[in-house]
Design a protein around this ligand. Structure first.
Ligand code: MCA
Ligand code: AMP
Length: 501
């Protein structure tokens, strides 16, 4: 009997593997063996802090090897990994701590002192970690490597990733060992990933895309990763001749299309360009092909499901389509009123069933009930249709969501903050098209306050105290009133028409 699906398949094969795992910007390398030796010490450290199977380990730090080592350590100890965006404000972070109730929080020194002042978790459970020096005050080198790997069943939870909903408050998506393993295996085969690949990794590692899609496939195949802190076109241009694989959001491809250096010659060794997390326009898809001779492979996923569909590796990759359902994953489109499956070319709700679909929302029975049909399909909130060849096309979203550069922004969360200000009568946050990021949030407000410049200043301050920067509306616009339908519901599409967005 093994230890756990993820340990046995992602970690165990590499414990003595001296091949390169991470290649850093300065050219230095970290081997698989050295990475897992570090992770085993981090595991022993977690145990020394009293972390046991099922305990949450909340991790908030800029991108570094430690985000991966703590993830691996959670797999080894049976703890639940809870990575959150390091850009979140203290106010946002407070919510994630209160909701997930972690045994320990690993974060920067600054964040630790801020959290300590909140009195929501015992300061001894808030542990300073540095992206370069790691767990410095704990002398990690003196820790032994963990010997007793925790046994964990396939349906037990390994991670919580937070995603928002219509309520405006984030929900923890509880993902099981099998959710992650089944999807990584399918994707590895579907995209023909091998240990010969060299992956360019510039994504954050607190979301499904950069953490599970990119890294679980890496562990499964043993490939080498160009592990860079963030997206940079000039860094990409330097490493692309030596790489074979890129996983990115559409903004990456928009920026590459603008670059005079990206061409067929520079990308000649690349095997596969993958795009996801937000819609890739047919124009960007075709422009990239004309420039490089590569056909981008677009796929579709969610935090709750990992990846659901993908254009084929061999076969037609259709611009504007997110491809075919992945093996063992059922997708159907159902009518808004009838709730019964629709024939091809008719738009309805995308529903999904398969081993990839998450275990449950943590501590949220209502959301769990509302998100599934009686026959067990997950209701995605995305609208789409199937074409005559079975390819899925996303036609829009029923959920009120803005996707900006691949980051999801929930208008309700911003509206709640705006509406809390005494001068605001009502507000709506809507998406405005943006050439680089796809769409960005704009706040539209109704106020009786005459001094609009002062109000904008006050609101900007209020928003930055409460929200990570990427969520802050890029503009604040005023209207005398917001259009509503007969039921009194604000009509965002009419606001867009009024403002010509
Ligand atoms: C940065 N800024 C943004 C965004 N990113 N504003 C709106 N939307 C954004 N996405 C702001 C910063 O706060 C900053 O503001 C200014 O822009 C410059 O910041 P910088 O970090 O230099 O920006 P950048 O390097 O140009 O970043 C753009 C980016 C990045 C590369 C597109 O946002 C990114 O890596 N996005 C990927 C997100 C991702 O991994 N999504 C996957 C999750 P100021 O100037 O005021 O300081 S979705 C997922 O996992 C699902 C399941 C799936 O299907 O994959
Ligand atoms: P997340 O909150 O990160 O789980 O975001 C998942 C959402 O991103 C999905 O429900 C879709 O709305 C969107 N999404 C992901 N991939 C694509 C894609 N290729 N095209 C369009 N939308 C996408």
């Amino acid at each position: 009997m093994g230890h756990s699906l993820l340990f046995d398949n992602l970690i165990k094969p590499h414990l003595h593997n001296q091949d390169p795992f991470l290649i850093y910007k300065d050219g230095s390398l970290l081997s698989y063996q050295d990475f897992f030796s570090l992770s085993k010490k981090v595991s022993q450290f977690l145990l020394s802090q009293g972390v046991a199977k099922g305990d949450r380990v909340l991790f908030q730090l800029e991108k570094s090897v430690y985000g991966l080592a703590v993830y691996a350590a959670c797999i080894m100890t049976g703890a639940i990994y809870v990575p959150i965006n390091d850009q979140y404000t203290l106010e946002e972070t407070k919510y994630f701590i209160s909701d997930s109730r972690p045994k320990i929080v690993l974060c920067s020194a600054n964040r630790k002192s801020e959290i300590d002042h909140l009195n929501i978790i015992n300061p001894s459970g808030v542990i300073e970690i540095d992206p370069i020096k790691g767990l410095m005050q704990f002398q990690l080198q003196e820790y032994n490597e963990i010997e007793q790997i925790q046994r964990v069943n396939d349906d037990e939870i390994i991670a919580f990733l937070y995603t928002s909903g219509t309520t405006g408050k984030s929900k923890a998506v509880a993902l099981s060992q099998n959710n992650l393993f089944s999807n990584a295996s399918v994707l590895k085969d579907f995209w023909q990933i091998t240990k010969q690949d060299r992956l360019i990794h510039m994504l954050p590692i607190f979301h499904t895309h950069g953490l599970f899609v990119a890294m679980n496939i890496t562990f499964l195949s043993g490939l080498a990763v160009y592990f860079y802190e963030k997206f940079s076109l000039s860094d990409l241009e330097k490493i692309i001749p030596n790489a074979t694989l890129l996983m990115g959001v559409p903004t990456y491809y928009k920026r590459m299309n603008e670059s005079p250096l990206i061409n067929k010659e520079l990308t000649r060794n690349m095997r596969l360009f993958i795009s996801g997390s937000a819609p890739l326009s047919s124009v960007d898809h075709q422009e990239f092909f004309a420039k490089t001779g590569h056909t981008i492979l677009e796929r579709y996923g969610m935090t709750e499901t990992n990846m659901n569909t993908s254009n084929p590796y061999e076969g037609k990759r259709k611009p504007g389509s997110v491809g075919l359902p992945l093996p063992n994953i059922q997708i159907r489109i159902t009518g808004h009123d009838t709730k019964i499956p629709l024939p091809p070319k008719q738009t309805g709700m995308i529903e999904i069933k398969g081993p990839n679909v998450f275990h449950s929302y943590w501590n949220n029975d209502q959301a769990n009930q509302e998100s599934f049909t009686d026959d067990g399909f997950f209701i995605t909130g995305d609208l789409g249709y199937l074409d005559e060849e079975g390819y899925v096309h996303i036609a829009g979203r029923e959920k009120d969501l803005i996707i900006s550069g691949g980051f999801n922004i929930y208008p309700k969360e911003i509206e709640d903050i705006l509406n809390g200000h005494e001068a605001i009568v009502e507000s709506a946050v809507i998406a405005k098209e943006n050439k680089d990021l796809g769409e960005v949030p704009i706040a539209v407000i109704v106020t009786k306050n005459k001094n609009k410049d002062q109000l904008i200043e006050d609101l900007s301050q209020l928003l930055s105290q409460n929200l990570a920067k990427y969520k802050i509306p890029k503009e604040i616009t005023f209207l005398d009133e917001l259009p509503r339908n007969a039921m009194g519901k604000i009509q965002k599409s009419e606001i867009k028409d009024l403002l010509s967005y």
